[in-house]
Structure formats: C-alpha cells, structure tokens
Write a protein that binds this ligand. Sequence first.
Ligand SMILES: NC(=O)c1ccc[n+]([C@@H]2O[C@H](COP(=O)([O-])OP(=O)(O)OC[C@H]3O[C@@H](n4cnc5c(N)ncnc54)[C@H](O)[C@@H]3O)[C@@H](O)[C@H]2O)c1
Length: 895
Amino acid sequence: MADEKPLRLLVVAYEFPPSPSPQSLRWSYLTRELVALGHDVHVLAPDHPADGLGLPAIPPGLTVHRCFAGPLMGFLAARARRRRRSAGPPAEPQGQGGAAVAAEVELNWKGRLWHAGLNWKGRMFLRAQRLMEWLLFPDLRGEWKPWAKRRMQALLDEIRPDVVISSHEPATTLELGLMAARRGVRWVADLGDPVLAPYTPRRWHRRAEALEREVCARAECVLVTTDRAAALLARRHGLPADRCAVLTQGYDPAPALPPDGPQDPRFDTGRLELLYTGSFYGFRRHDALMEAVLATPGTRLNIASVKVPDDIAEVARRSPGAIRLLGFMPHLRALKAQRAVDVLVNIANDDPCQVPGKLYEYLGARKPILHLCPDPADPADAAAALLAGTGHGVACRNDARDIARVLRAWRDLKQAGGTVPFVPTPDAAAGHAWPAIAARLDAIIRARHRPEAGSERTPPPSTAPRNDKRMSMRRDAPPSGSEIASLAVIGLGYIGLPTAAMFAASGLRVYGVDISQRAVDSVNQGRAHIEEGDLDALVERGVKEGRLSAHLDPQPADAFIIAVPTPVGHDENHAPDVSYVEAAGRSLAPVLKKGDLVILESTSPVGTTGMLARVMAELRPDLAFPGGDRGPDVHLAYCPERIIPGQMLRELVDNDRIIGGMTPECAKRAAGLYQRFVKGECLLTDDRTAEMVKLTENAYRDVNIAFANELSMICDRLGIDAWDVIGFANRHPRVSILNPGPGVGGHCIAVDPWFIVASAPEQARLIRQAREVNDHKPLHVIAKVEQALAGRPDARIACLGLTYKPDVDDFRESPALQIARTLSERYPGRVLCADPFEAALPHAGLGELDLQLVPAEEAVQSADIVLLLVGHKAFRRLAPGAGKQVMDTVGLWRR
Ligand SMILES: NC(=O)c1ccc[n+]([C@@H]2O[C@H](COP(=O)([O-])OP(=O)(O)OC[C@H]3O[C@@H](n4cnc5c(N)ncnc54)[C@H](O)[C@@H]3O)[C@@H](O)[C@H]2O)c1
C-alpha cells in the first residue's frame, strides 16, 4: 500500500555538485525535487575539487555528507580548497573568444587530468593517475570506495534511511547500494547505462557483467534512461519489466539563470546563430556539420564544450566567423545561452536508440532543435521521435548537403526579419521536466517502500529464472495461458465477483457460478450484489457486452477459478471447513475436459489443492490429474488472493501474485492467465508453499494486531493512555506498532491463523495465543463499558459502527457487531446502534438482529456513553458534546 508519509532517502552519488558532470546535474535536480516533495533527503558524495559555480543551488532541506574522495581526488580537492581560501571568491571562467579554463591542472568530468601544459609535479600526478586508472574498478573513481564504504555503514546506522538510491556512474556507487541491500535496506539503483557498456575496458568485462547481474537481482527497482537499456537488462539477466523503470534526463522548467555579465557570449541578430553544448565523443559524427556551416555564409556555430577535437579547433582558428569556441560554460550560463540563440544542435549517437541528455536540456530552452542523425525516418531514432512528439525541432540527415539546405532556408528567413519555425505541441514536453520525472521517481520509491515492524527483512525472492520450485515470470515472456478463451469462476462473493469482472474486462468469456440465486440474478441484471468501488460499473459493462453471465451450475470453460468460502468451526478446535471447496470441485468435475486449468483461490489449509485434485480424479477417471501416474490432462494451481476490500479492483491489478502449481507447467499456465491484467509480479512456486504463504501473511497481521491489543489492555489496567504509549514508542526507528481496536474481524485474519494452528498445534503456540488475545478484546471492551455503566444505571450507549472494518459493508466475524449485540442483549432499550452500511445487514443474514438502529447523529445526541467501534469516514466529523463519556476504540477522533 502506498505510504504518503515523507520518507528518509539516502542518495549515494559520486557525481554530485560541485562536480559539473551530466550525472551530477541529474542528481542535483532529482534530489532538489525530492526535497520539494517533502522527503528528508541525504546525499553521500565525495569531496570534489571543482568550485560548483554555475550549478543549481543545493536546497536548504538537503543534507550532503561529504567524505574523502581517495588519495588522488582527495589531494586535488584539498589543494583546490586551500587555493580558494587564499584567492578569495572565485570568478566564473570567461567564455568569450574560445578561452578554455585557465588552470595549472584541470580535470574533465570523469576526474581525469586533461590539460596539456603540466609541470613536473603535474606529470608525476598524471602518471599516478594512469596507473590507478588501470588498477581500479571501474576507473579512477573507484579510489573512493574504502572511504565511502565506511561512511555509508555509519550513515545507515545514523540516519536509518527508508530507501537508498545509488547513482551510477561510477559502478562504485552500485557496490555501495548492494551493501545497503545486504543490510536489508530497500535499494533503488539508477543505472542509466548498463554497467557492461561498449566503452567498458576489456579487463573489466566480467566484473562489470557480474555486478550488473547482482544489481538486477537485488535492487528493488533498476532505473535506466532508455527502453533499449531496459530490454537489454531483461535479455541479459531476466530483469522483469515491473522492476525496471525508464527515467530519462530532464530539464529545469524555471532555472535560476545568472544575471548578464561579460561571460555571456553575444549573438548576432544579422546571422543564424547555432549552439552546440556538451562533449564531442567518437560516436557523434561532427564533420558534416562543420562542412555545412562553412558552406553557409551568414551562419555561425557556437560550441560550448570543455574540449573539442583537434579538427574543430583548427577550423575555428581558421574561420572564427563560422565556428566560435565558447570553451567551458558553467551549466546555468549554458542554459542562458541556449535561450538566446536561434537554433540548438544535437548530433545523434551512433546508437539511435540513445537520446543524449542535452536534448532534454534543450527542451527547456524552447528554441528549435536541429537533430542530425543517420536516417530521420528511422523509427528506432528515439531523439527524432522525441522531437516529432514535442514539436521542438526537426531531424535532418547528418549529411553536409542536407544540413546546408536546412541552414540556408533558416538563415534566409532570419535575414528577411522572420524567425526559425518553432511550433511546439502544447504540454508535450512537460513530462520531461525534472519535477515530472521526480514525481515518477517518487511513485517508484513509494511503491517499493512498505513500512514494517523491523528494519531487517528477508530479501524478496530473486527474480532471476531459477529451478521449478520458485521462479518469477518475466512479464514479457509469452504467457502460456494465452490459449484460454473462457473462464468459469465458482463463487461470486467478495473475491470471485471482482475477479470474474476483471477477466471479462480483459476480453475473456466469463461464466460466473454461484449457488446463491440472489447473486446470480443480480449479476445477470448487470449489478454487483456487494459494495466495492467501481465493481458495479465493471459488472454492468461485462454483462452488456456479453462477456459476463452468471449461472447456478458450472459451465464448460477452458479455465476455472474457485473462490468459495473456507470458514473455521466455532468450537474450541477451530477446525477448518474445506467442504465448500470440495463441493465446488465435485460440481465442476463433470464439465472438465483435457487441457483445462483449475485454480483454487480460496484461502486454504496446506494440502487443499492436492485434496481437490484427488476429488476430481475420483470423479473423472478418464482424465489425468497432477499427482497421478500420468502427465496431467488437467492443470491445477493454487493462487491466493490478497486484495483488500475497498481497494479490490486496484489491488487485483497491482498486487504481486504467488502462484503455486502442482507442477511447474501448472504454475506457468496459471501465471499466463493472470497476466491478462495483473501488473504486479507473478512469483511461481508449488501449491503447498503458496497455501502456506497466504496463511503466513494473515497470521503475521494477527500476531502484530494482538500485540497492540494486548498493550491496550495492559495500559487500561495501569491507567495509561495506550495511544500515547504506542505513538511515542513508534518514534523509535525500528519500532512500528499497529493500532489497537475492538478486536479482529473479517473473513481472513480472524480465521486463517486457525488453519495453521490446526495443522501444527504443538508448534503454533504464538499464533494460537495471538488469536486468543484478539478474540478476547471485544470482551475487554464490553467489560469497560459495563464498568462505566456501573455508576450510571440509566445511561444510554451509542455503538458507532457494526462492520468488521471501516468503509465496507462486510459484517463477517465483526467484533463491533459482537459488542453491540452483547450490550443490546444485556441492556435492552439502552443501546442505540448506527452504521452507514446498515442497509447491508439483511443481505448478510443479519436482518433479524435485535438492534436499535438510528442515524449516527441521533445516537450520539441521545447517548451518555459514546462507544466508537469502527473508524468509518462518516464518523470522523461527529462531535460528541460535553458531558458524554467517549470510548474511542479505534483512535479515529485522536488522528
Ligand atoms: N473477502 C476477502 O477480503 C478475501 C481476501 C482474500 C482471500 N479471501 C478468501 O477467498 C475465499 C472467498 O472469500 P469471499 O470473501 O469471496 O467469500 P464470500 O462469502 O463473499 O463468497 C463466496 C461465494 O461462494 C458461493 N458459494 C459457496 N459454495 C459454492 C459452490 N459450491 N458453488 C458455487 N458457489 C458457491 C457463496 O454463495 C458466495 O457467494 C475465502 O476462502 C476467503 O478466505 C477473501
């Protein structure tokens, strides 16, 4: 469930301001936006020698933890600091006239020395750098690792982040992310490019690939910048689509541009001014552009780049009127220049699927972009597609004549007093602004952050393909249930009906089957007989379109889902009752045929799916079932349901599914069926494990609620406010106690733990005890009310809420109902009950209850004791007046 509370995030970024690299800018913007979204953001970054001039400001809410960068960079950083201290405030480098940064020793954005005129110290330094560059993985920046590791360990203890995000490059940060994951902290890895990239030195190929594999197996989510990278990771490591997200570079919609100064290049109104910002790599071919500019008088290409290839420098020297080198421009000044020229130039990478980060930056300038590429019509050219989609520019073949033709036309337009055509598609670029990208990142992080009681957790099952016991379906794997055209859902209750309606919406022909005439009639009239968000509309659509119908008997189909009740006995043994499952199996056996798939969804004691197979095998000796001697004709799987009433339709789609096949093929076929609409991950296992998983989930909840309920009873005894105690205790970073309540109800948590107790009574001591604590809580509430009544013999009681949980019309095993009924029986005429869902009582077979039902306001007004039993939204605004004794068992009026 999404948690809207701000999170504590630790971003591990080698490249972070003052480093001026593209990766540093990415995390500078993303952290700024995460802070704006309210998160408590910490960054672990090395000391860096750059001065950070012209970079976006670090926002006040962001905490940067710097640590030693390693011997070489650390030395440079210390020296730069000393120099800055003695030289006073630094001035921005001059951009005019092609002057590059003037300094004795300079670094390119990977931290490598690049300046030619070095003295002997510089040359020694360069040699040391080359040696370390060769020795360290993945490059010189690996020297940070020992210091970063120590600092990281300390930060994990100190700040206890909810999620760690590591920013690649260098790969060192991924190794730090892995370290956090091994300590049980959730980890999102921003990979950008794959670790094993075409530019990875040969000697590091194996190591890079192994690291990449481990990242894909352990990170909660891997972020890449292109679809191509996502596909590559899926191919190489089976990274499923739902653990990989494409998060491109972006642009700042409102950059804090610096005031005008002598550093700003001046642009001519009389000629067509082009600007190229960024590096020239070997995989971006620039010669055609040079040729075209030289062949088009009245145009000038401005280049803002730390270093240009020698041939460009030579042309610029010979033809300064056509090519102007602006040298290194601090980021914000470069953004300013981008907004002042006529045309922004982008040269495609050799791989057309890659979109250079600068293209996104250009979108923010709102100037026409000229994209030079091998083939403008190539559908794989992602940059061309981006321009076509946003209307921010044109793609042109990277050929001197073609480019010159475009430049001539635009130059003539400008010289005739016009402007270069620029008609952006309204709002089309907005999704590429950093706030929009950060919002996507926020959603990814929140989806991965599910708070739990302890900080340690068992890592999720690895999703790499593995043996047939437990494996994950890649979402792009061909679903082996795709041959299924029709489905019968047996049991049209809270689980069966939404499931049937979703499958109908996915295009299957669905036969709903229920022994209740009322359920069948209501579905056939296009109505849901249960209250659940948009379910009514979904049922209506399915029926209208002829894809959903309801029946009293099973109809032949390709697949069957059984979702009938599995109650427990109310005697002291609480024995599970699987007779409904058995009856459902018996009723569908006659219509089974070879190739069918049967899935049990009812929460069941371990072994029930096997029992179902045996029952059907007995009735259909002509068919082979799993567990028999022959390969099965009918496949059987157990797939528990985890949806929560009130959010069922959303959770049906989003939740991960555990799919336990009686054979691996059974599991695969069932997964194929669910993948028609399930966006969560389908995790495959065997039937008995899947049965136990469902019981475990509910027993876990029950035990934790029991702890809160027991605490509340202890506090009552000691005269302490339990809510205060829990609230204060939960401020401990590793404590997360749930809310107490009047007891535990519903068809799942109050029931399923008994299945475990019944199957292993000797071992399930804590689980049994928790059940008993929770079952005792309504009696405790009743006793408290009676205590209050002892001194006020005529007092009237308002019981607010009867359902087992807020905002659903479900009364099964409801402790609120139990309390209201007991008090009504014991104090006839003095108990007033109210529930916004009271109309559903007759349908729940509770129409005959001897309860005095009144509107909630009336109950509160006439009562002396107001007992709040369910936190329905409708009760939030009720205000019991002065003089009334309020017993809020759920803490609704405290929130
Ligand atoms: N409701 C939940 O929130 C929830 C969540 C997870 C799992 N489950 C589990 O799913 C299963 C179904 O729960 P539910 O809440 O949908 O129950 P439900 O009582 O709402 O619905 C069950 C339906 O099955 C019908 N039925 C009973 N026997 C039948 C038969 N032989 N043939 C055809 N129909 C038959 C009943 O008439 C009823 O309409 C249970 O095992 C439950 O524990 C429920």
